[in-house]
Design a protein around this ligand. Sequence first.
Ligand SMILES: NC(=O)c1ccc[n+]([C@@H]2O[C@H](COP(=O)([O-])OP(=O)(O)OC[C@H]3O[C@@H](n4cnc5c(N)ncnc54)[C@H](O)[C@@H]3O)[C@@H](O)[C@H]2O)c1
Length: 244
Amino acid sequence: MSVALVTGASSGIGAATAIALADAGWDVMAAGRDEGRLAEVADVSENIATWAGELGDSADCEELIGDAIEEFGALDCLVNSAGILLRGDATETSDDVWRNTMAINLDAPFFLSRAALPHLIQTEGSIVNVSSYWGHTAGEGVLAYNTSKAALLMLTRSMAKDHGGDGVRVNAVCPGGVDTPMLAQGADEEDMDVDEFLDLVAAESPNGRIATPEDVANLIVFLASDLAAQINGASIAVDGGLSA
Ligand SMILES: NC(=O)c1ccc[n+]([C@@H]2O[C@H](COP(=O)([O-])OP(=O)(O)OC[C@H]3O[C@@H](n4cnc5c(N)ncnc54)[C@H](O)[C@@H]3O)[C@@H](O)[C@H]2O)c1
């Protein structure tokens, strides 16, 4: 059985991806911060094991990869879904906001990818990074987030070029609005009713709806699978046509 490690797996896209991979027959290490919610994810399938902790520095990330290998003996796919969205334009972005954003959205995917690489070379596995529509097209008032997600796309392309020859594929998905706690947090910050905010986001998309976490998970499962064997270094939109 193939083995995947999914970060941010206690909620949203990460949780849906852990469950979708388990449904597709993968063994999954679901990594997150909230033990209660991780337990709910693990309840869905006996193929899911959990890891609770922060992705703070390279030591944390190396520990997580080591624990996944100890649990399952191999690694075929790393899904970097953990992320944070802290608002602010250049004048409003403090050192802390900038550093925290980069730490979780960019440093952790890099540290995890670097630690996973020897194992992925052994299995000819892959990495899927969860970037964003805002990694291509700047959202307003989310400077650090945009910058981190654009850099994540270049991390994806660089690793795809450097390690395609080792049999390792590295791809990114770029969601538009997805109905997750992160988007609900946007409603809070705009001081809007959540449903009203979700309607506004849905109206921006040509297909008139917000993605579900499962919409994004389906693409990730495909990219992780052998059906995507020739897809490497790609960033694929899952945004209902927003970026078209
Ligand atoms: N929801 C959207 O509209 C949307 C759009 C584009 C991209 N994304 C991206 O999708 C990914 C998943 O987000 P989501 O929408 O599922 O929201 P979410 O808030 O449900 O998930 C983010 C996860 O990251 C985890 N996380 C944050 N900081 C962490 C840390 N220091 N250590 C460990 N885990 C940490 C959180 O605990 C949470 O489980 C993120 O990278 C986000 O940027 C989301």
